[in-house]
Design a protein around this ligand. Sequence first.
Ligand code: 4SX
Ligand code: FE2
Length: 349
Amino acid sequence: MNATTPPDILRAAYAELIVTDLAAARWFYVDVLGLVITAEEPGALYLRAFEEYLHHSLVLRQGERPALARLGYRVRGQDQVDAAERYFTARGLDTRRVPEGTTRGIGEAVRVRDPLGLPVEFFYDATHTERFTQHYHRQPANAISMLDHFNVMVPDVRAGYDYYTSLGFGVSETIEDSESLYATWLFRKPTVHDIAITGGDGPRLHHIAFSAHERHQILHTCDVLGSLRAEHHIERGPGRHGVSNAFYLYLRDPDGHRIEIYTSDYYTGDPDNPTIRWDVTDNRRRSFWGHEVVPSWYNEASEVLDLDGAPVPISSPSRREAAAAIGADGFGVTGTGESQRGFKLGHQV
Ligand code: 4SX
Ligand code: FE2
Protein backbone atom coordinates (compact mmCIF):
# COMPACT_ATOMS: atom_id res chain seq x y z
CA MET A 1 0.00 0.00 0.00
CA ASN A 2 1.56 3.30 -1.05
CA ALA A 3 0.52 6.86 -1.75
CA THR A 4 -0.67 5.99 -5.26
CA THR A 5 -3.28 3.50 -3.97
CA PRO A 6 -6.62 5.19 -3.27
CA PRO A 7 -8.44 4.39 -0.01
CA ASP A 8 -10.93 1.51 -0.21
CA ILE A 9 -14.22 3.40 -0.01
CA LEU A 10 -17.32 1.47 1.05
CA ARG A 11 -20.12 3.94 0.45
CA ALA A 12 -21.66 7.37 0.93
CA ALA A 13 -22.29 7.46 4.68
CA TYR A 14 -23.26 10.87 6.05
CA ALA A 15 -23.65 14.55 5.27
CA GLU A 16 -23.52 17.59 7.51
CA LEU A 17 -25.78 20.46 6.53
CA ILE A 18 -25.75 23.97 7.94
CA VAL A 19 -29.32 25.11 8.59
CA THR A 20 -30.41 28.58 9.70
CA ASP A 21 -33.35 27.49 11.87
CA LEU A 22 -32.76 24.22 13.68
CA ALA A 23 -36.34 24.06 14.97
CA ALA A 24 -37.72 24.34 11.43
CA ALA A 25 -35.22 21.74 10.20
CA ARG A 26 -36.22 19.43 13.05
CA TRP A 27 -39.86 19.74 12.01
CA PHE A 28 -38.96 18.76 8.45
CA TYR A 29 -36.50 15.91 9.07
CA VAL A 30 -37.90 14.44 12.29
CA ASP A 31 -41.62 15.26 12.37
CA VAL A 32 -42.34 14.97 8.64
CA LEU A 33 -39.68 12.59 7.27
CA GLY A 34 -39.47 10.53 10.46
CA LEU A 35 -35.68 10.38 10.85
CA VAL A 36 -34.56 9.10 14.24
CA ILE A 37 -32.65 11.39 16.61
CA THR A 38 -29.51 9.64 17.82
CA ALA A 39 -28.20 12.67 19.70
CA GLU A 40 -28.92 16.33 20.15
CA GLU A 41 -26.95 19.17 21.63
CA PRO A 42 -27.37 22.94 21.54
CA GLY A 43 -27.11 23.89 17.87
CA ALA A 44 -26.95 20.38 16.39
CA LEU A 45 -29.03 17.27 15.68
CA TYR A 46 -27.61 13.85 14.71
CA LEU A 47 -30.11 11.81 12.72
CA ARG A 48 -30.33 8.33 11.23
CA ALA A 49 -32.85 6.32 9.25
CA PHE A 50 -34.59 3.17 10.46
CA GLU A 51 -32.15 0.57 9.14
CA GLU A 52 -28.95 2.39 9.98
CA TYR A 53 -26.81 1.29 12.91
CA LEU A 54 -24.07 3.91 12.69
CA HIS A 55 -24.48 7.01 14.83
CA HIS A 56 -25.89 9.22 12.04
CA SER A 57 -26.34 9.67 8.34
CA LEU A 58 -27.29 13.34 8.62
CA VAL A 59 -26.00 16.09 10.91
CA LEU A 60 -27.94 19.35 11.04
CA ARG A 61 -25.94 22.22 12.48
CA GLN A 62 -27.29 25.69 13.15
CA GLY A 63 -25.39 28.39 11.26
CA GLU A 64 -25.59 31.77 9.58
CA ARG A 65 -26.35 30.65 6.04
CA PRO A 66 -27.47 27.35 4.52
CA ALA A 67 -24.56 25.26 3.25
CA LEU A 68 -23.03 21.83 2.99
CA ALA A 69 -20.33 21.44 5.65
CA ARG A 70 -19.15 17.97 4.61
CA LEU A 71 -19.88 14.74 2.76
CA GLY A 72 -18.73 11.61 4.63
CA TYR A 73 -17.58 8.40 2.98
CA ARG A 74 -17.01 5.27 5.02
CA VAL A 75 -13.83 3.35 4.18
CA ARG A 76 -13.19 -0.37 4.74
CA GLY A 77 -11.15 -0.06 7.95
CA GLN A 78 -9.20 2.37 10.10
CA ASP A 79 -6.07 1.60 8.04
CA GLN A 80 -7.91 3.05 5.03
CA VAL A 81 -8.25 6.36 6.87
CA ASP A 82 -4.42 6.42 6.92
CA ALA A 83 -4.43 5.42 3.25
CA ALA A 84 -6.71 8.39 2.48
CA GLU A 85 -4.37 10.76 4.30
CA ARG A 86 -1.35 9.48 2.32
CA TYR A 87 -3.21 9.50 -0.98
CA PHE A 88 -4.65 13.01 -0.80
CA THR A 89 -1.55 14.55 0.77
CA ALA A 90 0.54 13.14 -2.08
CA ARG A 91 -1.85 14.87 -4.50
CA GLY A 92 -1.21 18.23 -2.87
CA LEU A 93 -4.78 18.65 -1.65
CA ASP A 94 -5.73 20.38 1.61
CA THR A 95 -5.84 17.22 3.77
CA ARG A 96 -6.40 17.23 7.55
CA ARG A 97 -6.52 14.44 10.12
CA VAL A 98 -9.15 15.16 12.77
CA PRO A 99 -9.32 13.44 16.17
CA GLU A 100 -12.08 11.10 17.26
CA GLY A 101 -15.25 12.98 18.15
CA THR A 102 -14.52 16.05 15.99
CA THR A 103 -17.87 15.06 14.56
CA ARG A 104 -19.84 13.45 17.39
CA GLY A 105 -20.10 9.68 16.86
CA ILE A 106 -17.26 9.54 14.30
CA GLY A 107 -13.75 8.21 15.04
CA GLU A 108 -10.42 9.64 13.95
CA ALA A 109 -10.96 10.75 10.35
CA VAL A 110 -9.37 12.53 7.42
CA ARG A 111 -10.85 15.60 5.77
CA VAL A 112 -10.01 16.76 2.27
CA ARG A 113 -11.02 19.57 0.01
CA ASP A 114 -11.35 17.35 -3.05
CA PRO A 115 -10.33 18.28 -6.63
CA LEU A 116 -13.93 19.38 -7.32
CA GLY A 117 -13.72 21.82 -4.38
CA LEU A 118 -16.02 19.81 -2.12
CA PRO A 119 -15.42 19.16 1.59
CA VAL A 120 -15.19 15.39 2.08
CA GLU A 121 -14.41 13.22 5.12
CA PHE A 122 -13.19 9.61 5.14
CA PHE A 123 -13.86 7.60 8.30
CA TYR A 124 -14.30 4.08 9.55
CA ASP A 125 -14.70 4.06 13.34
CA ALA A 126 -18.13 5.22 14.41
CA THR A 127 -20.44 4.73 17.37
CA HIS A 128 -22.98 1.96 16.84
CA THR A 129 -26.63 2.47 17.68
CA GLU A 130 -29.66 0.22 17.58
CA ARG A 131 -30.90 -0.75 14.14
CA PHE A 132 -34.68 -0.32 14.11
CA THR A 133 -35.43 -2.58 11.11
CA GLN A 134 -38.11 -4.64 12.84
CA HIS A 135 -39.31 -1.90 15.15
CA TYR A 136 -42.36 -1.42 12.95
CA HIS A 137 -44.21 0.07 15.88
CA ARG A 138 -41.78 3.03 15.71
CA GLN A 139 -41.95 3.50 11.97
CA PRO A 140 -44.29 5.98 10.30
CA ALA A 141 -46.01 5.09 7.02
CA ASN A 142 -43.36 7.09 5.15
CA ALA A 143 -40.39 5.41 6.86
CA ILE A 144 -36.95 5.98 5.33
CA SER A 145 -34.43 3.09 5.42
CA MET A 146 -30.98 4.56 4.82
CA LEU A 147 -28.89 7.20 3.13
CA ASP A 148 -28.48 6.23 -0.51
CA HIS A 149 -26.39 8.85 -2.34
CA PHE A 150 -25.05 12.35 -2.74
CA ASN A 151 -25.47 14.47 -5.87
CA VAL A 152 -23.11 17.37 -6.48
CA MET A 153 -23.29 20.09 -9.11
CA VAL A 154 -20.01 21.08 -10.74
CA PRO A 155 -19.16 23.01 -13.93
CA ASP A 156 -16.87 20.29 -15.32
CA VAL A 157 -18.60 16.90 -15.17
CA ARG A 158 -15.77 15.25 -17.11
CA ALA A 159 -13.26 16.29 -14.42
CA GLY A 160 -15.58 14.85 -11.77
CA TYR A 161 -15.91 11.61 -13.73
CA ASP A 162 -12.11 11.34 -14.08
CA TYR A 163 -11.54 12.04 -10.39
CA TYR A 164 -14.11 9.57 -9.09
CA THR A 165 -13.13 6.79 -11.51
CA SER A 166 -9.50 7.26 -10.41
CA LEU A 167 -10.73 6.66 -6.84
CA GLY A 168 -12.12 3.30 -7.99
CA PHE A 169 -15.79 4.20 -8.47
CA GLY A 170 -17.74 2.33 -11.15
CA VAL A 171 -19.84 4.23 -13.68
CA SER A 172 -23.44 3.06 -13.86
CA GLU A 173 -25.00 5.69 -16.13
CA THR A 174 -24.30 8.94 -17.98
CA ILE A 175 -26.17 11.69 -19.84
CA GLU A 176 -24.12 12.92 -22.79
CA ASP A 177 -23.96 13.92 -26.43
CA SER A 178 -21.09 13.83 -28.88
CA GLU A 179 -19.58 16.98 -27.35
CA SER A 180 -20.28 16.91 -23.62
CA LEU A 181 -20.86 14.84 -20.54
CA TYR A 182 -23.79 16.47 -18.71
CA ALA A 183 -24.18 14.12 -15.76
CA THR A 184 -22.82 10.82 -14.46
CA TRP A 185 -23.68 8.30 -11.74
CA LEU A 186 -20.84 6.54 -9.88
CA PHE A 187 -20.81 3.80 -7.27
CA ARG A 188 -18.76 1.89 -4.71
CA LYS A 189 -21.62 -0.03 -3.06
CA PRO A 190 -23.37 -2.29 -5.60
CA THR A 191 -26.25 0.04 -6.50
CA VAL A 192 -26.56 2.73 -9.17
CA HIS A 193 -24.67 5.31 -7.15
CA ASP A 194 -23.00 6.71 -4.11
CA ILE A 195 -22.49 9.99 -5.91
CA ALA A 196 -23.91 11.61 -8.99
CA ILE A 197 -22.31 14.54 -10.72
CA THR A 198 -24.65 17.05 -12.33
CA GLY A 199 -23.38 19.81 -14.61
CA GLY A 200 -24.10 23.35 -13.51
CA ASP A 201 -22.85 26.27 -11.44
CA GLY A 202 -20.66 24.85 -8.73
CA PRO A 203 -19.20 23.28 -6.78
CA ARG A 204 -22.54 23.04 -4.95
CA LEU A 205 -24.55 20.28 -3.29
CA HIS A 206 -27.44 19.31 -5.55
CA HIS A 207 -29.12 16.85 -3.18
CA ILE A 208 -28.80 14.13 -0.61
CA ALA A 209 -30.93 11.04 -1.22
CA PHE A 210 -32.39 8.58 1.26
CA SER A 211 -33.96 5.30 0.28
CA ALA A 212 -37.29 3.82 1.31
CA HIS A 213 -38.32 0.23 0.66
CA GLU A 214 -41.63 0.87 -1.02
CA ARG A 215 -43.18 3.39 -3.36
CA HIS A 216 -46.17 3.84 -1.08
CA GLN A 217 -43.86 5.16 1.64
CA ILE A 218 -42.73 7.91 -0.72
CA LEU A 219 -46.30 8.70 -1.75
CA HIS A 220 -47.27 8.99 1.90
CA THR A 221 -44.73 11.78 2.35
CA CYS A 222 -46.55 13.69 -0.40
CA ASP A 223 -49.88 13.13 1.34
CA VAL A 224 -48.48 14.26 4.69
CA LEU A 225 -47.08 17.46 3.19
CA GLY A 226 -50.41 18.18 1.50
CA SER A 227 -52.31 17.61 4.74
CA LEU A 228 -49.99 19.98 6.60
CA ARG A 229 -50.41 22.71 3.94
CA ALA A 230 -46.68 22.23 3.39
CA GLU A 231 -46.99 21.13 -0.23
CA HIS A 232 -44.52 23.83 -1.30
CA HIS A 233 -41.76 21.55 0.07
CA ILE A 234 -42.42 19.20 -2.89
CA GLU A 235 -40.22 20.28 -5.81
CA ARG A 236 -40.22 17.47 -8.39
CA GLY A 237 -42.09 14.18 -8.67
CA PRO A 238 -43.15 11.72 -7.50
CA GLY A 239 -42.07 9.88 -10.60
CA ARG A 240 -39.87 7.26 -12.21
CA HIS A 241 -36.33 8.17 -13.19
CA GLY A 242 -35.02 7.05 -16.57
CA VAL A 243 -31.47 7.03 -15.25
CA SER A 244 -31.35 4.48 -12.37
CA ASN A 245 -34.96 3.33 -12.92
CA ALA A 246 -35.68 4.45 -9.34
CA PHE A 247 -38.99 5.83 -8.15
CA TYR A 248 -38.33 9.30 -6.74
CA LEU A 249 -39.49 12.43 -4.99
CA TYR A 250 -37.53 15.65 -4.47
CA LEU A 251 -38.24 17.88 -1.52
CA ARG A 252 -36.76 21.19 -0.40
CA ASP A 253 -36.10 21.56 3.31
CA PRO A 254 -36.92 24.85 5.11
CA ASP A 255 -33.50 26.24 4.08
CA GLY A 256 -33.87 25.06 0.49
CA HIS A 257 -31.51 22.07 0.78
CA ARG A 258 -32.81 19.44 -1.64
CA ILE A 259 -33.60 15.95 -0.34
CA GLU A 260 -34.54 13.03 -2.57
CA ILE A 261 -36.47 9.99 -1.42
CA TYR A 262 -35.64 7.10 -3.71
CA THR A 263 -36.52 3.44 -4.11
CA SER A 264 -35.92 0.40 -6.32
CA ASP A 265 -32.82 1.02 -8.36
CA TYR A 266 -30.79 -2.01 -9.50
CA TYR A 267 -27.75 -4.16 -8.69
CA THR A 268 -24.42 -3.09 -10.20
CA GLY A 269 -21.93 -5.24 -8.28
CA ASP A 270 -20.52 -7.50 -11.04
CA PRO A 271 -17.22 -6.29 -12.50
CA ASP A 272 -18.63 -6.17 -16.04
CA ASN A 273 -21.75 -4.19 -15.10
CA PRO A 274 -22.57 -2.29 -18.31
CA THR A 275 -22.67 1.52 -18.27
CA ILE A 276 -25.95 2.93 -19.60
CA ARG A 277 -25.35 6.05 -21.70
CA TRP A 278 -28.42 8.25 -22.25
CA ASP A 279 -28.49 10.74 -25.08
CA VAL A 280 -29.24 14.23 -23.77
CA THR A 281 -32.18 14.49 -26.18
CA ASP A 282 -33.89 11.35 -24.82
CA ASN A 283 -36.92 12.78 -23.07
CA ARG A 284 -37.19 9.76 -20.75
CA ARG A 285 -33.71 10.16 -19.23
CA ARG A 286 -34.69 12.21 -16.17
CA SER A 287 -38.37 11.33 -16.08
CA PHE A 288 -39.22 7.99 -17.63
CA TRP A 289 -42.75 9.27 -18.12
CA GLY A 290 -41.56 12.33 -20.04
CA HIS A 291 -42.47 14.97 -17.46
CA GLU A 292 -40.69 18.28 -17.61
CA VAL A 293 -37.96 18.85 -15.05
CA VAL A 294 -38.75 22.07 -13.20
CA PRO A 295 -36.12 24.79 -13.83
CA SER A 296 -35.32 25.11 -10.11
CA TRP A 297 -34.05 21.51 -10.16
CA TYR A 298 -31.46 22.39 -12.80
CA ASN A 299 -30.53 25.77 -11.34
CA GLU A 300 -30.74 25.76 -7.55
CA ALA A 301 -28.30 24.02 -5.22
CA SER A 302 -26.64 24.52 -1.83
CA GLU A 303 -23.37 26.37 -1.28
CA VAL A 304 -20.47 24.33 0.07
CA LEU A 305 -17.90 25.29 2.71
CA ASP A 306 -14.16 24.69 2.65
CA LEU A 307 -12.36 22.94 5.53
CA ASP A 308 -12.19 26.25 7.44
CA GLY A 309 -15.91 26.89 7.04
CA ALA A 310 -15.61 29.59 4.35
CA PRO A 311 -17.92 29.46 1.29
CA VAL A 312 -16.29 27.96 -1.81
CA PRO A 313 -16.47 30.25 -4.90
CA ILE A 314 -18.78 29.13 -7.71
CA SER A 315 -18.11 28.99 -11.45
CA SER A 316 -20.29 28.17 -14.47
CA PRO A 317 -20.20 25.40 -17.09
CA SER A 318 -19.59 26.02 -20.78
CA ARG A 319 -22.66 23.98 -21.86
CA ARG A 320 -25.89 23.30 -19.96
CA GLU A 321 -27.99 20.16 -20.20
CA ALA A 322 -31.34 21.95 -20.25
CA ALA A 323 -30.27 23.98 -23.30
CA ALA A 324 -28.67 21.00 -25.05
CA ALA A 325 -31.80 18.89 -24.53
CA ILE A 326 -33.99 21.45 -26.25
CA GLY A 327 -31.51 21.84 -29.09
CA ALA A 328 -30.31 24.82 -31.04
CA ASP A 329 -33.61 25.19 -32.91
CA GLY A 330 -35.68 25.18 -29.73
CA PHE A 331 -37.82 22.32 -31.02
CA GLY A 332 -36.23 19.34 -29.33
CA VAL A 333 -38.18 16.69 -27.48
CA THR A 334 -37.69 18.34 -24.08
CA GLY A 335 -40.04 21.22 -24.62
CA THR A 336 -41.81 23.48 -22.18
CA GLY A 337 -45.35 23.10 -23.45
CA GLU A 338 -47.65 21.13 -25.68
CA SER A 339 -46.53 22.96 -28.80
CA GLN A 340 -43.05 21.52 -28.34
CA ARG A 341 -44.12 17.96 -27.61
CA GLY A 342 -44.34 17.12 -31.28
CA PHE A 343 -48.01 15.99 -31.19
CA LYS A 344 -50.42 17.15 -33.81
CA LEU A 345 -53.43 18.22 -31.80
CA GLY A 346 -56.82 17.09 -33.00
CA HIS A 347 -57.77 15.39 -36.19
CA GLN A 348 -55.71 16.51 -39.16
CA VAL A 349 -57.18 16.39 -42.64
O1 4SX B 1 -33.07 12.93 -13.13
S1 4SX B 1 -32.47 11.58 -13.35
O2 4SX B 1 -33.50 10.61 -13.82
O3 4SX B 1 -31.39 11.65 -14.31
C1 4SX B 1 -31.87 11.00 -11.83
C2 4SX B 1 -31.69 11.92 -10.82
C3 4SX B 1 -31.66 9.65 -11.62
C4 4SX B 1 -31.27 9.21 -10.37
C5 4SX B 1 -31.11 10.10 -9.35
O4 4SX B 1 -30.77 9.74 -8.09
C6 4SX B 1 -31.29 11.46 -9.58
O5 4SX B 1 -31.16 12.30 -8.53
FE1 FE2 C 1 -30.52 11.39 -6.78
